[in-house]
Write a protein that binds this ligand. Structure first.
Ligand SMILES: NC(=O)c1ccc[n+]([C@@H]2O[C@H](COP(=O)([O-])OP(=O)(O)OC[C@H]3O[C@@H](n4cnc5c(N)ncnc54)[C@H](O)[C@@H]3O)[C@@H](O)[C@H]2O)c1
Length: 324
């Protein structure tokens, strides 16, 4: 049995990762300050120790890293509404939090969660890891202030320094992961649309709604992460910076109509310019990953379509409502 630290483990993705670790008989330590995560996302389990604390707190970090064999570092301030309101905190949690974790944990192998947002506003449908990123480019996504994306760029730089010093580091760049337990509170589009359909309030679409995204199922995403962790090649440079995401593309208009129809909702659809909600910021027109590297490392990933994910979420929602 190995002991794994998951920072941000009470969050949406973290809770699926922790679930997988417990199911495969690992001992798990979670460090989470519950800023966006929730204790109720995780079970009570004899192999699970949850430390409520921040990656910005060196004492809490020192306690969390004791005796661990692997670190999955995903503590982060996530969600456009939150990040827009608190850019400095978002930047610092990634930059200083990652510094603290790396310093306290010697040469323990570590998986760092970056983001597709480091590619900035790149309006391409095929973003590969070869695409050069820069602080400037990351910051363009943040509306030219240091915030979420710039903080993740710093996280990647810290990762590169650790790799240069001989440490086992993998950096992943997820592209729009969705599924059970994703919060609607911080601006994530799918849980927001579903919540609004449940209550009949309007679905708000930014600009013309023809921007496209690919959405990745959190369960498939989690399985993919564990395949990568087991791949020796994925830990070796230049393979160790990896896009993860599906290729099934959908426009936000189609997404809204699909959810509305499936939920037989009366919610109207309203359009507003992106910059009335997020002044000085631009929306990304298309964000679809090139995943040739991922395929090379773990084989073809069988991503469900966004429609299949939403159908599954609705089945889950109904079953949960019936059980209450
Ligand atoms: N969900 C996506 O589509 C997506 C896309 C790209 C990258 N990511 C990355 O994946 C990771 C998980 O994201 P998520 O969608 O599950 O978001 P989430 O908000 O559900 O999870 C983040 C977790 O980090 C915790 N946290 C925040 N600040 C902290 C701090 N200072 N100390 C300790 N814990 C702290 C939160 O309480 C939360 O539990 C993040 O690193 C995020 O940047 C997610």
């Amino acid at each position: 049995m190995s002991k794994v630290l998951v920072t941000g483990g009470c969050g949406f993705i973290g809770s699926h990762i922790v679930e997988h670790l417990l199911n495969t008989n690992q001992e798990v330590v979670v460090l989470d300050d519950l800023s966006t995560g929730s204790r109720s996302n995780l079970p009570t389990h004899e192999n699970l120790n949850i430390i409520i604390g921040s990656v910005l707190d060196k004492e809490a970090v020192n306690e969390a890293v004791q005796g661990v064999d692997l670190i999955l570092h995903m503590a982060s301030y996530v969600g456009m509404k939150l990040v827009y309101k608190e850019p400095a905190q978002s930047y610092n949690v990634s930059k200083i939090g990652t510094e603290n974790i790396l310093k306290a944990s010697g040469d323990t192998p570590i998986l760092l969660f970056s983001t597709s947002a480091v590619y900035g506003l790149a309006a391409t449908t095929d973003i590969s890891e070869d695409n050069k990123i820069s602080l400037e480019r990351a910051q363009s996504y943040d509306g030219d202030v240091k915030s979420y994306s710039s903080g993740k760029w710093e996280l990647e730089q810290l990762g590169h320094q650790a790799i240069a010093a001989g440490r086992k580091v993998m950096i992943i760049r997820p592209f729009n992961v969705i599924g059970e337990r994703q919060s609607a509170a911080y601006g994530m589009v799918v849980p927001n649309f579903m919540k609004n359909c449940n209550t009949g309030i309007p679905l708000t679409i930014y600009d013309d709604g023809e921007q496209t995204r690919s959405f990745s199922c959190v369960k498939t995403f989690t399985k993919t992460i564990f395949k990568l962790l087991e791949s020796d090649d994925a830990w070796v440079s230049p393979n160790n910076i990896i896009n993860i995401g599906s290729h099934h593309i959908i426009s936000i208009n189609k997404l809204a109509h699909y959810i509305k129809t499936k939920m037989q909702a009366s919610s109207p659809i309203e359009y507003i310019p992106y910059d009335t909600i997020f002044p000085n910021k631009k929306d990304v027109r298309h964000r679809i990953p090139d995943t040739k590297l991922l395929t090379k490392l773990v084989g073809e990933v069988n991503w469900p379509t966004v429609e299949e994910i939403i159908d599954g979420l609705l089945v889950h929602e109904r079953a949960t409502a019936q059980a209450r």
